[in-house]
Design a protein around this ligand. Structure first.
Ligand SMILES: Cc1cc2nc3c(=O)[nH]c(=O)nc-3n(C[C@H](O)[C@H](O)[C@H](O)COP(=O)(O)O)c2cc1C
Length: 185
């Protein structure tokens, strides 16, 4: 129900999350104990502490990746450039329970330094994380990861990640992304 109050439009709480700014899109990698890797597309990513360096990801318990991260306590946050939009959508619409997403997308796994999950070569930067805490937050689990190693493509670091070169992607919901574009028909 939308009701006008002066210059403000009231929005039902079930639609409230649509009012936030777009969120970062990352490709998180994880692996089974036997070393079989997987990739999950996440819009729920943020950094939450400088010292120690901590990041948080929100993963639904329905995801195959949720089980892998629970099992190993490890994941990698890989930052994809806009050029990987097809792979971003593929990894967000297929499950590692049924497919090998590296095969499906043609992305290249390369070994991480400190965790079992691989880095994705085509991504521009990588945060290797060990889970230090987890919280059940409604229909998702918030995994808090301590960054134990990090790397970036040469030439992409200008103090921070050089966004004009890296061309990272933000998610608005569904297949809508920004800088403004819709992936698909
Ligand atoms: C742009 C985009 C953002 C997504 N963000 C999340 C997220 O933050 N958390 C989550 O649990 N699933 C998210 N998903 C859905 C998962 O990526 C999707 O369910 C995926 O198929 C799970 O793969 P898995 O079963 O191999 O783990 C997102 C999907 C897309 C396309």
């Amino acid at each position: 129900m939308l009701e006008g109050t002066g210059s403000k439009l009231e929005v039902g709480t079930e639609r409230a999350l649509r009012l936030g700014p777009p969120t970062s899109v990352v490709l998180a990698t994880c692996a089974s104990k036997s070393g079989r890797p997987n990739i999950i597309t996440l819009g729920r990513y943020m950094h939450v502490s400088n010292d120690p360096p901590l990041v948080a990801i929100g993963v639904s318990p329905k995801r195959h990746s949720h089980r892998l991260i629970e099992e190993t306590g490890e994941f990698v946050v890989n930052v994809p450039p806009k050029a990987l939009i097809k792979q971003i959508v593929l990894c967000g619409e297929s499950s590692g329970r049924r497919v090998d997403k590296f095969e499906l997308t043609g992305l290249t796994p390369i070994p991480a330094r400190k965790v079992g999950a691989p880095l994705i070569k085509e991504c521009v930067s990588h945060l290797e994380c060990k889970v230090v805490r987890r919280y059940r937050t409604g229909d998702h689990t918030l995994f808090l990861g301590k960054v134990v190693a990090a790397s970036v493509d040469r030439g992409m670091l200008k103090g921070t990640l050089d966004i004009s070169r890296a061309e990272t992607v933000l998610h608005k919901g569904g297949r809508y992304f920004t800088p403004k574009f819709f992936y698909g028909k």
